[in-house]
Design a protein around this ligand. Structure first.
Ligand code: AVJ
Length: 328
C-alpha cells in the first residue's frame, strides 16, 4: 500500500504546467519524423471525444468487444471460475466491467487508474451495482508494478485489460507492460485481454476516420491541448487528420498533416513544418491469432482460450501466468 499512497501522479511546475507533458511534446516535436506519445490525447476533452468515437457507426471495436462479453459469460465462468480478484488496468469509466463481474462471481474488484476522480466515481458506481462485492480502487500508473491491497494478497487474480489498449503500444512496450502485469498479479493469475484483429484496410481506415469527423476532432484536440497548456501557437486549422494503415507493422497510425509550410512555438521553442509533413499521434496495432499469441507469450502469458464476435472483427483472449519451466 505504502508504495502507492502519497505518490504524486502529475508533477507541475510553478506555472502549473505538467512537466512530463511539456518534456514529451518538446522531445517529440524536435524529432524527425515528429511523433507524440498517444497517452496525451486523453485529457478531459479527449476522453469525452473518445467516448463519442465509440458511438460512431464506423468504430466497431467497442461494440464487437461488448458483444463478446455479453455472449460468452458462461464460458468465462467455466474457464475462470468464481472467487478471483478482478484487477482492471486503466478502468476509466468502463461500462464493460459489470458484464464480466456478473458472469464470473468474483471475490473482489480492484480498478487501477491514474485518473483518481474517474477512478473513485467508477468505483462508487460499481459498488452500487454490486453491493456485496468488495471494491478496492488503486490510483496508480499501471505501466509500473502496482502493490495490490493487502486484502487481495491471498486471492487468485484475474487481470482485465479490455479495449485493445495493448494495441496502442509498440511491441517492445506492450511486452514490457505484459511482464509488469504479470509481476503485479503474480504467478498462477489469469489475464482477460481485448485484442483487435487485422482486417480489410478500408474498414480499419474508416474506423479511425469517421464521416462525422469525431476522430478528427479527437486528434486535433491534442494540438489544442498543447496550445492551451503549453503556451503553444499551433495553427490548428492548418492541420488535417489522417488515419493510415501501416501494413508492415500491422497498425493504424493517426497523423496530424500540415496543410502548408508553417511555423509555431511551444513553450517558447520554435518549430517549422513543410506542407505534407506530419505529427504522428497514435498507433493502434491489429493482431492475427498467431501474432496475438506471440505477443502474449513474449510477455510471460500463455494463451488458453480465444473468443471472437459474430462479425469476427475483435478478439478477447484468456491467458495464464504459468510457472516458467526449463524448455528446449
Ligand atoms: C481505446 C485506445 C484502443 O486505438 O482503437 C480510437 C483509441 N483512437 N480512435 C483505439 C482510438 C482513435 C482506441 N483505444
Amino acid at each position: 500500500m505504502a508504495e502507492n499512497s502519497g505518490l504524486k501522479l502529475v508533477d507541475r511546475d510553478d506555472h502549473g504546467i505538467d512537466r512530463a507533458f511539456r518534456a514529451d511534446v518538446l522531445e517529440g516535436l524536435r524529432q524527425n519524423p515528429k511523433a507524440l506519445p498517444a497517452r496525451w490525447l486523453y485529457d478531459d476533452a479527449g476522453s469525452q471525444l473518445f467516448e463519442d468515437i465509440t458511438k460512431v457507426p464506423e468504430y466497431y471495436p467497442t461494440r464487437s468487444e461488448r458483444e463478446i462479453l455479453e455472449a460468452r459469460g458462461a464460458e468465462f465462468a467455466a474457464s475462470i471460475g468464481p472467487g478471483r480478484a478482478v484487477v482492471e488496468f486503466g478502468s476509466g469509466s468502463s461500462v464493460k466491467t459489470p458484464l464480466l463481474l456478473e458472469a464470473i462471481d468474483p471475490a473482489a474488484y480492484v480498478p487501477l487508474d491514474i485518473a483518481g476522480d474517474f477512478l473513485r466515481a467508477a468505483a462508487a458506481d460499481l459498488s452500487a451495482k454490486f453491493p456485496s462485492l468488495p471494491v478496492y480502487p488503486v490510483e496508480a500508473d499501471f505501466m509500473r508494478r502496482v502493490e495490490l491491497p493487502e486484502a487481495v494478497a491471498d486471492i487468485p487474480k484475474l487481470g482485465f485489460f479490455p479495449g485493445s489498449t495493448i494495441g496502442n503500444m509498440v511491441p517492445r512496450t506492450a511486452v514490457d507492460l505484459l511482464r509488469t502485469m504479470r509481476e503485479t498479479l503474480g504467478e498462477g493469475s489469469q489475464l482477460l485481454i481485448g485484442m483487435d484483429l487485422v482486417k480489410d484496410r478500408a474498414v480499419l481506415e474508416a474506423a479511425y476516420d469517421d464521416a462525422a469527423g469525431v476522430t478528427a476532432e479527437f486528434n486535433l484536440n491534442l494540438a489544442r491541448r498543447i496550445n492551451r497548456e503549453l503556451g503553444g501557437t499551433i495553427p490548428v486549422g492548418s492541420f488535417s487528420h489522417e488515419a493510415r494503415w501501416n501494413d508492415d507493422f500491422a497498425r493504424i497510425e493517426m497523423h496530424l498533416v500540415a496543410q502548408g509550410d508553417l511555423s509555431f512555438e511551444v513553450a517558447g521553442e520554435g518549430f517549422t513544418m513543410v506542407k505534407g509533413e506530419t505529427i504522428h499521434t497514435e498507433n493502434s496495432h491489429k493482431f492475427k491469432r498467431r501474432s496475438a499469441n506471440t505477443l502474449l507469450l513474449a510477455g510471460g502469458w500463455t494463451p488458453v482460450q480465444r473468443w471472437l464476435d459474430s462479425g469476427e472483427r475483435f478478439s478477447v483472449v484468456l491467458a495464464e501466468a504459468t510457472i516458467p519451466r526449463t524448455a528446449p
